[in-house]
Write a protein that binds this ligand. Structure first.
Ligand code: ADP
Length: 319
């Protein structure tokens, strides 16, 4: 193998640049030519492919977003689009592709591998919802962004004796809500993996009030319901007045944390090694501090569980 390429796809996450840098530098270190594909699979189909040198990934390790840009493409889900993408890669004599993205991007990588073009998946998403890795690239940074926002909101909640509902990202996975809620001492944490009764939330708020507590923080993952809907029903059915804060896209941005930079560098470098070993269709991850690779199709068929005991602990500590 002499030439490989790298692309970023789907929702961006802090640390994608550090992963691109690792793929490029490790590739060149190993004697390869490395190419960047711009705008994900959409750019791949359109042949937006450029050679990257050592300098083209200089000064990016600390930047959020992705220098290769990201995109979503419905068109790419068609077989003929995938064949076109492979043709574009072969035009440049590229023989392997590293895809940095979430589970949708992994599906694309699996399809290309099935059609004879070896791809490797790197978990780039703030959601921490990919099986086969304890952490995804970007989760730690997003978590810290959310925690610092909650800390600020808590200051005003305390000053005004208010209950705040803070809506965070996580349509199917509650990791951001759970970890940020635990780390910021939230009174209630609502995640899509659990069924939450509104009665329970109300009882908890009332118990707090009985012991003299006048403010509360409820962290809500967007996949449960919207903060507006929860606020409305607390007010209408229980006469509990709340303020809401929807954190939105600030959770995706910012300079990656040290943890994410190291994780991205380790996983990116390993992706190059696995391609050089002649193995495609693998998803790189970190499990129990070790860098591992798993079959990408198996990863896609598994549900990433919440870390054992963390939800129970959050309940125990917020009585
Ligand atoms: P993420 O990778 O963050 O989960 P998406 O789910 O939007 O983001 O997926 C990113 C891109 O991956 C999609 O726009 C599409 O081009 C490609 N993709 C998603 N699912 C498939 C699929 N089943 N087959 C081929 N490509 C897919």
């Amino acid at each position: 193998m002499k030439k490989i390429a790298v692309l970023t796809s789907g929702g961006d996450s802090p640390g994608m640049n550090a992963a691109i840098r690792a793929v490029v530098r490790k590739g060149i270190y190993s004697g390869l030519e490395v190419y960047g594909v711009y705008q994900g699979y959409a750019g791949l189909m359109n042949g937006k492919i450029k050679r990257l040198d050592l300098g083209s990934v200089g000064d990016i390790i600390h930047r959020g977003g992705t220098i290769l840009y990201s995109a979503r493409s419905e068109e790419f889900k068609k077989d003929e689009s995938q064949y076109l993408a492979i043709e574009q890669l072969r035009k440049h004599e590229i023989e392997g592709l590293v895809v940095i993205g979430g589970d949708g991007s992994y599906r694309g990588a699996a399809k290309l591998t099935e059609k004879g073009f070896p791809c490797i998946g790197l978990p780039g998403t703030i959601d921490n919802d990919i099986a086969g890795t304890d952490y995804t690239i970007g989760f730690d940074t997003a978590l810290n962004t959310v925690i610092s926002s909650i800390d600020k909101i808590r200051d005003t909640a305390t000053s005004h004796d208010r209950t705040f509902i803070i809506e965070v990202m996580g349509r199917h996975a509650g990791d951001i809500a759970l970890f940020s809620g635990l780390a910021s001492g939230a009174e209630s944490i609502l995640i899509p993996e659990r069924n939450h009764e509104i009665n329970e939330i109300v009882q908890k708020l009332q118990k707090g009030i009985e012991r003299g507590k006048k403010h509360s923080i409820i962290v809500l993952a967007e996949g449960v319901c919207s903060a507006h809907d929860l606020a409305k029903s607390l007010e209408k059915d229980y006469q509990i007045e709340t303020r809401i804060s929807v954190l939105g896209h600030i959770q995706r941005g910012g300079s990656p944390s040290g943890f994410d930079r190291v994780l991205a560098s380790r996983l990116g470098a390993r992706a190059v090694e696995v391609l050089l070993e002649g193995r495609g269709g693998r998803a790189i991850g970190m499990q129990k501090q070790k860098i591992v690779d798993n079959d990408i199709m198996e990863i896609l068929s598994q549900k990433d569980p919440l870390p054992e005991g963390v939800y129970t602990l959050s309940q125990q500590l917020s009585i």
